[in-house]
Design a protein around this ligand. Structure first.
Ligand SMILES: Nc1ncnc2c1ncn2[C@@H]1O[C@H](COP(=O)(O)OP(=O)(O)OP(=O)(O)O)[C@@H](O)[C@H]1O
Length: 301
């Protein structure tokens, strides 16, 4: 649910796809907003690179990075912490066998929640897919952002809140509300963050990502990305189309099993169909001949 990620400094001039001026500008602006105390929120379709970018920016802040994954079951206890503990002692009398003494003792100790730890120590938190958590859980972030205080609701603590460390910062990511399992975000929360819509990156950047994630050579990565862009045009709603993951999977498997990037090769055709058909089927009202239409695009590679 939450992960503390070791911070590593990103070497200057070695940022792969993020060397591109578009990303350089976006990263620079995001770092400015975070340093000024404003959370940044990347929102966009699945698999366009939001989480990877959020983690990259978080690492650049040179503070420990904590990743929280939004989910229905995330609770205030997980985020703030809770008193936990219970002990039960049983002793038998050595002289009178029928005598058994049971002592029950409730000794509670405070277990810090992950947000509590991050707020106290000034970590950078990447709250991934935060709209998958219940809105009442996310309410906690309102005062963290605005008043710089973490309220200790229900924590039986004598303090009502703790102060937010000046180095603490938050990066949110989310998918659009039409995705399954997504709650509508409260306006009050959105109003407190800088929301940057994130779409699929350009072709050059996609090729760089595929090359970074696999061992494939440049010309092959270009062919795959170009093909998937064309195949994606079969999707009626481009918001729900193919993600970067499809190109990465095709490049990875083709490379491992020496499948040629050739639209007339049966292995390649099957690989393309297996990795794209399901998604394309979801984003098309008319699914008749969809396989044939995909193969038609493929043969023209
Ligand atoms: N800059 C990058 N360098 C290398 N790989 C990347 C980069 N950006 C994205 N990827 C890869 O692309 C895939 C999708 O990226 P990511 O998980 O960040 O997307 P996302 O938009 O957060 O998706 P989701 O909304 O489904 O969580 C992942 O496999 C990721 O490793």
């Amino acid at each position: 649910m939450t992960r503390l990620i070791k911070t590593k400094s990103v070497p200057e001039g070695k940022e792969g796809v993020y060397d591109h001026p578009f990303f350089q500008g976006l990263i620079r602006r995001s770092l400015r907003y975070l340093s000024s105390g404003y959370p940044v929120h990347f929102t966009g379709p699945s698999g366009v690179g939001k989480t990877t970018l959020a983690l990259h920016i978080a690492n650049k802040r040179q503070r420990p990075v904590l990743m929280i994954s939004g989910n229905e079951d995330l609770s205030n206890d997980d985020l703030i912490g809770a008193y936990k503990g219970y002990s039960r002692k049983k002793s038998d009398d050595n002289f009178i066998r029928t005598v058994r003494k049971i002592e029950e003792e409730v000794t509670e100790s405070w277990v810090e929640g992950r947000l509590y730890e991050a707020v106290k120590n000034g970590y950078t938190v990447v709250y991934d897919e935060f709209t998958r958590s219940r809105p009442d859980t996310n309410n906690l972030f309102l005062s963290v952002i605005e008043e710089k205080l973490l309220p200790l609701y229900g924590a039986k603590s004598k303090d009502s809140h703790i102060k937010v460390h000046p180095d603490f910062s938050l990066i949110f990511t989310s998918n659009p509300t039409e995705y399954v399992g997504i709650y509508e975000t409260q306006d009050a929360l959105l109003d407190r963050m800088i929301t940057i819509p994130f779409q699929m990156m350009g072709k050059e950047a996609q090729v760089a990502v595929v090359r970074e994630r696999t061992l494939i050579e440049s010309s092959k990565a270009e062919k795959i990305v170009g093909l998937l862009e064309k195949v994606n045009e079969l999707c009626e709603d481009t918001q729900d189309g193919l993600s970067l993951r499809a190109s990465i999977m095709i490049a990875d498997i083709a490379e491992k099993y020496e499948i040629p990037i050739d639209g007339n090769n049966e292995d390649f055709q099957n690989l393309l169909l297996d990795t794209t058909f399901f998604t394309l089927n979801l984003c098309n009202e008319d699914t008749e001949d969809l396989r044939e239409r995909i193969l038609g695009v493929c043969r023209n590679v």
